[in-house]
Design a protein around this ligand. Structure first.
Ligand code: GAR
Length: 220
């Protein structure tokens, strides 16, 4: 493959995952470049970061559209206008409809703060703590019409500590998000990972000897 794939990043707020992608794309060897940072909220803090980095930005406020299809069409139009070939949802809190996800199938990624298929939707850390799970984490997946249900590209697991609060757990998961999202996007941009007949084709798996014990198990 020659050249870098152009990626549009969709955000709704803080934009720390967007920042991790922008930082990764600073590497001359990274296979993607950021062509647009688009927010559905004008007050998204992440926009200021993107503007300071001289990245093209856009605001498409969902409240200005009568329905999801019209909002999606505007978002897709802006992405096309900036030559986006891939889309990375990074804390983008709107559901993308069937038409857009079908048209961009295999080219839209999302990061979700749970080990999918557990805890789709909102308040993932609160729900994980309420259930008493000992392992939690995050997932990068291809976006499909069903919310948080698209084919999984990459996951990271973290331990849940006895004294965790939703925010301490969120911070631990977020650190893992910042590690896996740039890697997952690089795999897709370089063609090493792709969607084929609804399944993710990847060249390698994890390390079979690596187990996360939570709580930790002392060596005997
Ligand atoms: C991240 O934890 C991301 O996984 C989550 O929102 C946060 C955004 O933070 N996304 C979702 O919940 C999507 N359903 P950021 O704006 O700092 O990247």
């Amino acid at each position: 493959m020659t050249g870098k794939r152009r990626v549009g990043i969709l955000i709704s707020g803080r934009g720390s995952n967007m920042q991790s992608l922008v930082a990764a794309a600073d590497d001359p060897d990274y296979p993607a470049e950021v062509c647009l940072v688009l927010s559905n909220r004008a007050d998204a803090a992440g926009l200021a970061f993107a503007e300071a980095r001289n990245l093209p930005t856009a605001v498409v406020d969902h409240r200005d559209f009568s329905d999801r299809a019209a909002f999606d069409a505007e978002v897709a139009g802006r992405l096309r206008q900036h030559g986006a070939e891939l889309v990375a949802c990074a804390g983008f809190m709107r559901i993308l409809g069937e038409r857009l996800t079908a048209e961009w199938s295999g080219r839209v990624l999302n990061i979700h703060p749970s080990l999918l298929p557990c805890y789709r939707g909102l308040d993932t850390h609160e729900r994980a703590l309420a259930d008493g799970v000992r392992v939690h984490g995050c997932t990068v997946h291809f976006v499909s019409p069903e919310l948080d249900a698209g084919p999984i590209i990459c996951q990271a697991a973290v331990p849940v500590m006895a004294d965790d609060t939703p925010s301490s757990l969120a911070a631990r998961v977020l650190k893992a998000e910042h590690a896996i999202y740039p890697q997952a996007l690089a795999w897709v941009a370089s063609g090493q990972v792709r969607l084929e007949n609804g399944k993710v084709r990847a060249p390698s798996s994890g390390d079979p000897d690596q187990t996360l014990f939570s709580p930790a198990i002392r060596a005997r």
